[in-house]
Design a protein around this ligand. Structure first.
Ligand code: SOE
Length: 380
């Protein structure tokens, strides 16, 4: 018999929906020691949070996150609010002995992230950060192929995360839905929001990063702030490009922007190894492109693997429909919850833990610092 895990979610935006959907779906598709129970959701507006709770099946609501954390019937706190609130909530949740699932990036910067790591480690509470793309089956397959040595020595890692939703100069900054444009709420722009995903996947697939050399740009320098109504300086990076050395000797090239007209969420990576290369594209997320130089010469070429097969060959796919029927973006969150609950059942940590996500945060800090100084920055 699976045991209940009572979830208290703080925040209910786009990510609140993605996480709630995952909690609702996971027990239908995975046999687990625990099943999530949507106990409470918390947000400032009583009416809106009630409407959200009804729609997604939460049993109760709170308007003060401290009350939610104090509740004895909450086992796990899901932090789904803007980045500037992550630390305070995580520290309080850890002190209350709650399990914590925190939306990415871990914090505003590495110093905050370090405090959060110390808090969860001192309180010995299980923790995880929602870097969901690791659990897209094609990305998980890439990890298996690399770990099995299919690519051999890695020479290059290239990643992009391109969007175009902030090009209009009329777009305000700050407040609901637009807090990602406000440095006081987000900490940084594309670096913490988008490159953080690319970095998390990269260090998971290809190991640690030694040093970085970056440039950033803020194309629109002033925007009206939704909360104050005043035109204020924009403090975030609209675009960021960096190169790096990985610990394994390979070279990295990363680019992210919200000014690539025509691209809504084009997250791609390509890895070139001694024997083989792989490519992945979020717009075609169920496919992994693979080229193997060891193939017979006359048949050699890029093959497009439709990562939907059963029988254990394709990660997670045994849990879904029948071979050939693909799944999507939301399933990466379901997989994260499934892995997390499996780890909880076994008493084992499941990554990315706060400590793992701190590594990404340190790299983001180094990238921003390098762009500011105009020089290489080494990682500790
Ligand atoms: C930004 O537009 C955003 O929603 C990020 O915040 C998410 O983390 C990313 O997965 C998609 O883009």
């Amino acid at each position: 018999m699976s045991k209940p895990l009572n979830i208290g979610m703080i925040g209910y935006g786009f990510m609140g929906r993605a996480h709630s959907n995952a909690y609702n779906r996971v027990s239908n598709f995975f046999e687990l020691d625990y099943h999530p129970v949507l106990k409470a959701v918390c947000a400032r507006s009583a009416d809106q949070v009630k409407a959200f709770a009804e729609k997604w099946g939460y049993e109760s609501t709170e308007t003060d996150w401290r009350k939610l954390i104090e509740r004895k019937d909450i086992d796990a706190v899901d932090i789904c609010v803007p980045n500037n609130l992550h630390k305070e909530i995580a520290l309080a949740a850890a002190a209350a002995g709650k399990i914590i699932l925190c939306e990415k990036p871990l914090a505003m910067n590495a110093a905050e992230g370090e405090e959060m790591c110390q808090a969860v480690e001192k309180a010995k509470v299980t923790n995880i950060v929602w870097y969901n793309y690791r659990r897209v089956p094609a990305v998980s397959l890439a990890k298996k192929l690399i770990d099995d040595g299919k690519l051999g020595r890695i020479f290059h890692y290239r990643a992009n995360f391109l969007q175009d939703w902030t090009i209009s100069t009329d777009l305000p900054q700050g407040g609901t839905a637009l807090w990602r444009l406000d440095a006081a709420a987000a900490g940084s722009g594309v670096t913490g929001d988008l490159l953080a995903h690319c970095i998390d996947t990269a260090i998971w697939l290809n190991g640690g990063i030694k040093d970085v050399n970056a440039m950033t740009e803020t194309f629109v320098k002033e925007r009206t702030h939704q909360l104050t109504g005043k035109v204020e300086k924009v403090g975030i990076d609209d675009a960021c490009t960096f190169m790096c050395h990985f610990d394994n000797g390979s070279l990295g090239l990363f680019e992210s922007t919200r000014y690539a007209r025509g691209h809504k969420a084009l997250y791609t990576f390509e890895i070139n190894g001694e024997h083989a290369s792989i490519k992945w594209d979020l717009h075609d997320l169920h496919r992994l492109e693979y080229f193997d130089h060891r193939d017979e010469g006359r048949l050699r070429g890029w093959r497009s693997i439709h990562v939907t097969d059963a029988g254990g060959d394709h990660p997670y796919m045994d849990h879904w429909w029948v071979p050939g029927l693909q799944i999507g973006y939301e399933h990466s969150f379901v997989h994260q919850v499934a892995d997390f609950l499996t780890g909880l059942g076994k008493g084992e940590p499941v990554g990315p833990t706060f400590r793992d996500a701190l590594e990404t945060q340190k790299i983001c800090d180094a990238v921003l610092s390098s762009a500011q100084k105009g020089s290489w920055v080494k990682l500790g």
